[in-house]
Design a binder for this molecule. Structure first.
Ligand code: NDP
Length: 313
């Protein structure tokens, strides 16, 4: 085994499933891990007791390594970290916050820590904080995202140059060819989110999964930079945001429109009009709901074929 990401996590393929609120519970995480990738439980949409139960179920469903994603902008982080430490979780991905806050505590407990970044400044900050690897996420990615709008194609080479720790590319990756492209750009592995939203094991509502596989190019937008930038599907709810921008609304007014629980309403309860539907640009190329294992098999087969094909160039 020579790949740094395979070695770091002790997994078969350098392929990580993104932690995604309302979409990645124990069913998806364990299915990805059982198929040779690194499955991740998205803790952002879980109350502490639910996270505890999800970790336990994941441990029962797989003997392979898996991780927990902790988006640091959510409440109850200290409680989540306590549960992670007590449950014997071996890998934690932190995102949307300061890597200095929890890295040392997690590392002291022997946990492998990865932080998600969207620019060089935070990549260096994460490296200094002592993380084992970073996820470099480009503008194409779904959900919470960077403000700089740097695409994955531009981001990976500059991040690779700036840091010495392994780099996992994210944003716009749903195929073996895209995986290979990112690794040619310097990534040691990839993180894939949107493709796994449309999987059998994802906990997303079926309405949302079906919407994802019917998305066309241009259906998503990165918006709400005044609050936390997020890429979502343009729907009735987004129409309200657009109107607010036309009226030059303040951040407070935008926050009022967003309200509480929009993401749950859209992605978990399946309200495609009033809910917030977070997904990446790559949804335009996703056309089928499949099992996590068949998604991984397809990606790895295409990756290996593309690696051979490229020699002919
Ligand atoms: P909200 O803060 O809007 O609402 C909380 C939701 O999470 C509820 O649905 C709640 O479920 C559920 N939940 C799960 N675990 C917890 C917990 N530990 N504590 C509280 N609630 C929990 O959640 P969002 O996920 O939509 O947004 C999270 C944060 O991200 C907010 O700060 C929000 O403002 C921000 N955000 C910003 C966006 C932007 O600016 N672009 C876009 C989306 C979110 P239940 O209803 O069952 O209690």
């Amino acid at each position: 085994m020579s790949n740094r990401i395979e070695k770091l996590f002790n997994i078969k393929y350098p392929l990580v499933q993104a932690g995604m609120i309302w979409c990645s519970g124990w069913e998806l995480a364990s299915a990805v891990s059982n198929a040779g990738g690194l499955g991740i439980i998205g803790s952002g949409s879980m109350y502490p007791e639910i996270l505890k139960e999800q970790i336990k179920k994941c441990q029962e469903a797989t003997d392979k390594p898996f991780g927990v994603n902790v988006p640091l902008l959510y409440p109850n982080i200290a409680e989540h970290i306590k549960i992670i430490l007590e449950s014997g979780v071996k890998v934690v991905f932190t995102s949307a916050g300061n890597p200095n806050t929890w890295t040392t505590i997690l590392k002291q407990a022997g946990i492998t820590v990865v932080h998600v970044v969207s620019n060089i400044k935070f990549a260096l900050k994460a490296q200094e904080a002592g993380v084992d690897a970073i996820v470099a996420e480009g503008f194409e990615a779904g959900g919470h995202n960077g403000r700089e709008e740097t695409t994955t194609l531009c981001l990976i080479p500059i991040i690779k140059k700036a840091v010495t720790i392994p780099v996992i590319a994210a944003g716009g990756i749903a195929s073996g060819k895209a995986m290979l492209a990112c690794m040619i750009l310097g990534a040691d592995g990839v993180q894939i989110g949107s493709r796994f939203v449309a999987s059998e094991e994802s906990s997303a509502h079926i309405n949302f999964k079906k919407r994802v596989i019917n998305c066309k190019e241009g259906d998503t937008i990165l918006t709400l930079k005044e609050l936390t930038p997020v890429r979502l599907i343009k729907n009735k709810f987004y129409g309200q945001i657009e109107k607010a921008y036309e009226k030059c609304s303040t951040s407070e007014q935008l926050q009022e429109i967003l309200g509480r629980g929009r993401a749950k309403k859209g992605m978990f309860e399946g309200d495609l009009e009033e809910g917030e539907l977070e997904i990446g640009q790559v949804c335009a190329s996703i056309t089928e709901i499949k099992t996590a294992a068949s998604i991984i098999e397809e990606i790895i087969t295409e990756f290996n074929t593309a690696k051979e094909e490229i020699k002919k160039l």
